[in-house]
Design a protein around this ligand. Structure first.
Ligand SMILES: Cc1cc2nc3c(=O)[nH]c(=O)nc-3n(C[C@H](O)[C@H](O)[C@H](O)COP(=O)(O)O)c2cc1C
Length: 200
């Protein structure tokens, strides 16, 4: 019988939940929480689906995880420049913009992918609100972002500071224009990273 890696992980079951390094059981209960904006976007013109949303949906599809969109109570402007000004002010004032809705039974999730665009070399302040809204103790967190060139920009370290009792796994970054325009490349980057982390 051909025992694939995935089946092996399933058979091994709960023993592997307590991960050895980067090995994770297929039985992880996965949540993908993300913030993403539509409207006029850096080097892309006007987009009707956010770059990070595209990546989040692919992760959900590949892992059968649950998606949660971190939707701001106060929508950010479609106009790029206006949005950058608001984002800059929120960063400077260490703001905590509110989001709509809540995650049902957060405790059921063992791994949380957290996705965001890079804004001013950091995660948008609404991610700080999100990180402070739930108890991440004992959870695994996989940060992922889309960006215009900055990569993860040290956001993993800031997530670690905000969630000192969580295990932060090495995340990944995808250029926003690739996520928006090149589905197959985006899928292959996601799959490569999910494989690296042993989630698929
Ligand atoms: C307010 C704002 C600030 C940004 N700052 C940066 C930045 O510092 N570095 C970077 O590489 N890209 C920056 N970008 C570009 C976004 O990170 C990039 O376009 C991202 O893919 C947008 O994702 P979304 O469509 O999910 O919102 C910024 C975009 C906005 C709107």
């Amino acid at each position: 019988m051909d025992i694939t890696r995935r089946n092996f992980l399933k058979i091994a079951g709960s023993a592997l939940i307590f991960s050895f390094g980067t090995v994770h059981a297929a039985s992880e209960n996965i949540l993908i929480a993300y913030f993403s904006r539509i409207g006029e976007e850096y080097s892309l013109g006007t987009i009707s689906k956010g770059n990070t949303a595209i990546v989040a949906e692919i992760i959900a599809e590949k892992t059968a995880g649950t998606l949660f969109e971190i939707k701001p109570v106060k929508k950010y402007p479609d106009n790029y420049k206006e949005c950058t000004q608001i984002a800059s002010k929120e960063k400077a004032t260490n703001a905590r913009p509110k989001f709509i809705g809540k995650i049902e039974d957060f405790s059921q999730y063992t791994t949380i992918f957290i996705g965001y665009p890079i804004w001013w070399g950091a995660y948008p302040m609404i991610i700080a609100t999100f990180l402070e809204s739930y108890d991440f103790s004992g959870k695994k967190i996989v940060p992922f972002c889309t960006h215009g060139g900055s990569g993860l920009s040290g956001t993993e370290q800031n997530i670690a500071l905000a969630c000192p009792n969580a295990e932060i796994l090495q995340g990944f970054a995808i250029q926003g224009s690739i996520a928006q325009k090149n589905r197959s490349k985006t899928e292959s980057i996601v799959v490569e990273n999910l494989n690296r982390l042993n989630f698929i």
